[in-house]
Design a protein around this ligand. Structure first.
Ligand SMILES: [Fe+2]
Ligand SMILES: [Fe+2]
Length: 603
């Protein structure tokens, strides 16, 4: 009796030790955030509990039960998990070729039935097909004997995988059947593990969904405009390359900067993906405004029609003069002179409309002189207008026929800014000047634009994308580990000297990742080859222009230098630039500290 009591006490002690181990493993597993490491922890924990020689962890996939982790002490097999070597075995089919449930395989059976299966000796088993195991044994000289297969089922969910343990051993290392008493310990561990793994998988799926949604937004913005297509996709690539180079620095000005966790990298990548998300609300005709008179369409066609009217007026005047007894030759000369002037004037207006070069004051004077050319309108200019457009026509309609000028700035050309619209931006610290009007479509006003094609209002509308980006992102409930996304996304138009927008931040306000974003944004825009209106710049031209940003204090000089000395510029160029853009860059001409080695030529 004493002996019986003693063995009972020993069994109780062992059970308590195992229970404690299950609880400890549960606590450790709950803290794990990496699915591969968690799966390894589950398998090794179960192996330890049962003193099994080997084990496999499978997960349910559309292809079947995929091998995730494989361990065998006797054979020294360590595959999957943290081993760095993936398991390459084909998945165990969950279904027969005809579609019936696969009950022949013990793992598939345990999954379908949600039941633990214990087999004392696979070679005596008649219920399951162990032919694969036998082939394995014949090849390796191993003897797979006892098996314990436990489904992984999270609370309230479907079975997500299975744990299979092979060859339980006694204290002397002899292979024995799995003791029935151990089953509930392994099941308790499996139940906890399955719930934790399931939650991790859910989290992972949600992260992947969120990443895809973010990339969908970036892709939508990129596809809005052929002029900037691919920008939102390439900026994160370049920004990540630069951040990697900066993180790798162990001395110099960037030695203190490093992203150390995957969460920090993800936060930065998301910021980079979303850096121009505000462009979803930027009207395409402003982003792509190719000529000064363009609104939704290029209004030069409308202006040309007015020239056609004046051309005919000249012809009519000649006919009227001849009818009134004026010498036909004199009348023709007058008409020819007038028509020649119209041709010259139209050519001049058309040239102004292109907007490439600087509009000198004398050109503006000539534009205004031509604009004043009178013509007579016989039709009501309010007929056929939309409700909103009609609202912009104030006062009584002019009596017809009405005197008009060839080009004009009219009240209805001005689209006022709605009051209170900028509540969206309240409290966000924006300091850039907001023009009084939303748009001004005045013809002379637009044709007088000094450089490029955009009016002050349209320039603001373009720049407003960053205000929108910030306003949108500041309103999103980012979790703590993504809380810097608005900062990373919203600072790429700031400069170190406080001349940027929208917050006029300066060096002290700009973190290393924010500075990286500015360099990546500018360099992508400089080198982009998918701008239909301009030839892509070469690599050396782009680096040279970027060096001016450094010289002017707009971008961080250390990051610019690192961009060159680390070779990131060259690696980025090799991936994203056209072969004809790839030329040699003499980086020693730009870096503050000359590079240690001479850059190899780009090939
Ligand atoms: Fe931007
Ligand atoms: Fe950008």
């Amino acid at each position: 009796m004493k002996q019986a009591l003693g063995s009972k006490t020993q069994a109780l002690g062992e059970a308590q030790a195992k229970l404690t181990r299950v609880v400890d493993l549960g606590i450790a597993m709950a803290a794990e955030r990496d699915a591969a490491r968690l799966m390894e922890m589950i398998l090794l924990g179960a192996k330890e509990l049962t003193n099994a020689d080997g084990g496999t962890l499978y997960t349910v996939t559309p292809e079947g039960l995929a091998f995730q982790i494989l361990r065998n002490d006797t054979l020294g097999v360590v595959l999957g998990g943290s081993s760095g070597t993936a398991v390459t075995l084909p998945p165990v089919p969950l279904f027969e070729p005809g579609g019936a449930l696969n009950h022949a395989n013990v793992v598939s059976h345990a999954v379908h039935e949600n039941q633990t299966v214990i087999i004392d000796d696979a070679y005596d088993s008649t219920g399951f097909d162990f032919s694969g195991t036998k082939v394995f044994d014949a090849r390796t000289g191993y003897r797979s004997t006892s098996f314990m297969t436990v489904p992984l089922k999270p609370r309230g969910g479907d079975v997500i995988g299975a744990l299979q343990l092979i060859n339980a051993r006694d204290a002397q290392g002899k292979t024995i059947p799995f003791p029935p008493a151990i089953q509930r310990f392994v099941e308790a561990l499996a139940a906890q593990a399955a719930t934790i793994l399931y939650n991790l998988q859910l989290l992972d799926e949600q992260e992947r969904l969120m990443d895809s949604m973010i990339q969908l937004i970036a892709g939508a913005i990129d596809s809005k405009s052929p002029y900037t297509g691919g920008h939102c996709e390439r900026v994160p690539e370049l920004a990540t390359m630069l951040a990697e180079a900066a993180s790798a620095q162990t001395d110099g000005p960037l030695a203190d900067f490093a992203f150390t966790t995957e969460a920090e990298w993800r936060e930065f990548r998301i910021g980079a993906w979303l850096h121009d998300c505000g462009k979803v609300v930027t009207p395409e005709y402003v982003v792509d405004k190719a000529t000064k008179l363009e609104t939704i369409f290029n209004r030069i066609n409308e202006v040309r029609t007015r020239f056609e009217v004046l051309w005919r007026d000249a012809e009519i005047e000649r006919l009227e003069a001849v009818a009134a007894g004026i010498d036909p030759e004199d009348a023709s000369r007058l008409r020819d002179a007038r028509q020649q002037r119209l041709k010259d004037d139209f050519a001049f207006i058309a040239e102004c409309n292109i907007g490439g070069e600087f509009m000198a004051p004398d050109k503006v004077d000539r534009l205004k002189a031509i604009a004043a050319t009178p013509w007579v309108r016989h039709f009501d200019d309010r007929l056929g207008l939309g409700h909103e457009e009609l609202k912009r026509f104030t006062g009584e309609p002019a009596v017809l026929p009405a005197a008009e000028t060839l080009l004009s700035d009219k009240v209805h050309h001005v689209i006022p800014r709605e009051k209170g619209l900028h509540k969206l931006y309240a409290g966000l610290g924006f300091k850039n000047q907001v023009p009084e009007n939303l748009y001004n479509m005045g013809e002379v006003y637009n044709l007088s634009v000094g450089r490029g094609t955009l009016t002050e209002e349209e320039r603001f509308k373009i720049n407003e994308h960053i205000m929108q980006t910030i306003a949108m992102l500041e309103n999103l409930p980012f979790p703590k580990h993504l809380s810097r996304v608005p900062e990373y996304a919203g600072t790429h138009h700031e400069t170190l000297i406080g001349t940027g927008y929208p917050r006029k931040l300066s060096a002290a306000d700009l973190s290393v990742p924010a500075r990286i974003m500015a360099v990546a944004d500018i360099f992508e825009a400089l080198t982009a080859s998918d701008r239909p209106y301009k030839k892509a710049k070469t690599l050396s031209e782009s680096v040279k222009i970027l060096s001016f940003f450094k010289k002017d204090g707009h971008i961080d000089g250390d990051i610019f230098d690192l961009f060159l000395t680390s070779g990131v510029y060259r690696r980025y160029a090799a991936r994203f630039l056209l072969p004809e853009q790839l030329d040699e860059v003499n980086i020693s001409a730009y870096v503050t500290r000359p590079a240690d080695e001479t850059e190899p030529a780009l090939t």
